[in-house]
Design a protein around this ligand. Structure first.
Ligand code: SAM
Length: 198
């Protein structure tokens, strides 16, 4: 079982777009309580290490404002993704896991981040937009050339800008609303693949 039904959304996205493969290096933004981490871990699989204990085939770094119960093999960073210190912590976790510079070496960035909503439409649109911009910026600097970014967006004020921003940076951009999302929910996921060179 999974910690939350959110795992089925990522599973559907993966089935639709073929995103996750063993050996990949993946960053999971807004990862608590950890259902996406659990799904990703299953997809990557394990192999017995030198000590006979199962070792993850690949790298998963998860980030959240909130604490998270450990998921075996996942490197978790508690912090606000809007803060520089969190970015530095992610980069050093990646560098440590990959044994060197993390730039252009991440295969997949997934973001299920959702801001706290104020109820004031313009304020909320700006908060959503900021998280999307930061996720895209992170992806542009860390994804390998054929890497992919999956990010949750909401229909409303921030949606069109998010699609435009994805199109600036990715060769292929698709929008997908998983069946596991409640029909009344405004959430959709954007999937960008293949970085454009600027
Ligand atoms: N994908 C997760 C799972 O499968 O368990 C569920 C994610 S939940 C829908 C959204 C998460 O985004 C929350 O845990 C929230 O704390 C996190 N979040 C929102 N804003 C954030 C920020 N600025 N930095 C880090 N995490 C953030």
């Amino acid at each position: 079982g999974y910690r939350s039904r959110a795992a089925y959304k990522l599973q559907e996205l993966d089935e639709a777009f073929g995103l996750v493969r063993p050996g990949q290096c993946i960053v999971d933004l807004g990862c608590a309580p950890g259902a996406w981490c659990q799904y990703l871990r299953r997809c990557l699989g394990t192999r017995p290490g030198a000590d006979g204990q199962p070792r993850l085939q690949g790298v998963i770094v998860g980030v959240d404002l909130l604490p998270m119960e450990p998921v075996d093999g996942v490197r978790f960073i508690q912090g606000d993704f809007r803060e520089e210190g969190t970015l530095v912590a992610i980069q050093s976790a990646l560098a440590d896991a990959l044994g060197g510079d993390a730039e252009s070496r991440v295969d997949l960035v997934v973001s299920d981040m959702a801001p706290n909503l104020s109820g004031v439409e313009a304020v909320d649109a700006a908060r959503i937009e900021q998280l999307i911009e930061l996720a895209v910026d992170f992806a542009v600097h860390h994804l390998a050339p054929e890497g992919a970014l999956v990010a949750k967006v909401f229909h409303g004020g921030a949606y069109d800008a998010a699609v435009r921003l994805f199109r600036v940076h990715f060769r292929t951009v698709k929008a997908h609303k998983p069946k596991a999302s409640r029909p009344q929910s405004a959430e959709t996921f954007l999937v960008g693949r293949g970085l454009k060179r600027h």
